[in-house]
Design a protein around this ligand. Structure first.
Ligand code: NAP
Length: 311
């Protein structure tokens, strides 16, 4: 499939080409996160291929990506759609959910990927080892994103609020420059472990408690505040055992500063009857706790209860 032939909304692509070097970027899983970043990068002049299921790939190739964003406005931008990586790229962004990662990676043959930089933006930590094992010649660089984005339909992206903050470990500087030129907030930090566990230190307690309670953060704080504080302490202890400088008091203060109505995507997935990332988020905490001999009774109880729920 080639470049889509549709017109562009808003500012023309040529007007947005920046001084950043043009990169060949593939985005595996153009959903909320991947679709938003693919669209921003394509709009700013990068050569973006979205790797998706065949129907979605054909749709993207034909119609491009349409974004509605509180921060970046409404725009439609052409991208190339493909159902497998069929030519070399400089960067592969991996933006599926953990539950579909293995199947989606079948679209990326190791021999085509070669020595590209691979940047996963999934929540969790264990995907790093899985990617390194699968793509030994590639450079797998840790990344996280703080954003609220969803994919209401194939090729459509809804981005809520102003947050669009990417953190990258060293090794993906050209991507960092391209994302910054495309309008995202980008930071490069030296410590992979800290980068990944800082994200998990808040996300895991928030996701596990809101999903188990089937309620947003406000009622969780009011009715399950002790459990929330305990899971924050436990995940911070595991993060420290892993080598991150996790501060449970700061995470707790943050968790108590957020709006009552805040929900987690794990909770949304559970409510929609979709597979959740409980293994990638909660299961990963338990496995790391076991490796280090850290006691995490409250987290374990909640994760086990969520695992036992019918899929
Ligand atoms: N959304 C957020 O605001 C947010 C914020 C921070 C972190 N994250 C993390 O980012 C990751 C991605 O989340 P998301 O919300 O962006 O997920 P999402 O909207 O569900 O997007 C995932 C994409 O992966 C695609 N996909 C699934 N299986 C595939 C396969 N076999 N081959 C090709 N593509 C496949 C889906 O395709 P279809 O469109 O065809 O279903 C979808 O477009 C998760 O780990 C999440 O925890 C999300």
């Amino acid at each position: 499939m080639g470049q889509g032939g549709m017109g562009q909304g808003g500012m023309g692509q040529a007007d947005r080409v920046t001084s950043a070097e043009q990169l060949r970027i593939a985005v595996l899983g153009p959903g909320g996160v991947g679709g938003l970043l693919a669209a921003l990068l394509a709009r700013s002049g990068q050569a973006v291929t979205c790797l998706a299921r065949p129907d979605t790939a054909a749709h993207l190739d034909r119609a491009g990506l349409s974004v509605t964003s509180d921060r970046f406005g409404e725009f439609t931008t052409p991208v190339r759609g493909a159902d497998a990586l069929d030519e070399p790229v400089d960067v592969l962004l991996v933006t599926t959910k953990a539950t579909s990662l293995d199947a989606a990676l079948d679209r990326v043959p190791a021999d085509v990927l070669g020595a590209a930089v691979v940047v996963p933006l999934l929540n969790g930590v264990e995907h790093m080892a899985a990617l390194r094992e699968r793509y030994p010649a590639a450079r797998v660089v840790a990344g996280t994103i703080r954003v609220a984005a969803s994919r209401p339909a194939p090729g459509a992206v809804r981005h809520e609020g102003a947050l669009c903050a990417v953190e990258l470990a060293p090794g993906a500087e050209p991507l960092a420059d391209a994302l910054a030129a495309a309008g995202a907030d980008v930071a490069v930090r030296p410590d992979e472990v800290g980068l990944l566990w800082d994200k998990l230190a808040f996300l895991a307690p928030m996701a596990l408690l809101t999903t188990q309670a089937g309620a947003p953060l406000g009622p969780v704080r009011d009715e399950r505040g002790e459990d929330l504080a305990a899971v924050i302490e436990e995940v911070a202890a595991v993060a420290r055992a892993e080598g991150a400088a996790a501060d449970a008091a700061a995470t707790r203060e943050f968790a108590w500063s957020l709006p009552d109505g805040m929900r987690s995507s794990m909770q949304r997935d559970a409510e929609a009857g979709n597979p959740t990332e409980v293994e990638a988020i909660g299961g990963a905490v338990l496995r790391a706790a076991d490796r280090h001999g850290v006691d995490v009774p409250v987290t374990r109880r909640i994760v086990e209860e969520l695992r036992a729920r019918p899929a």
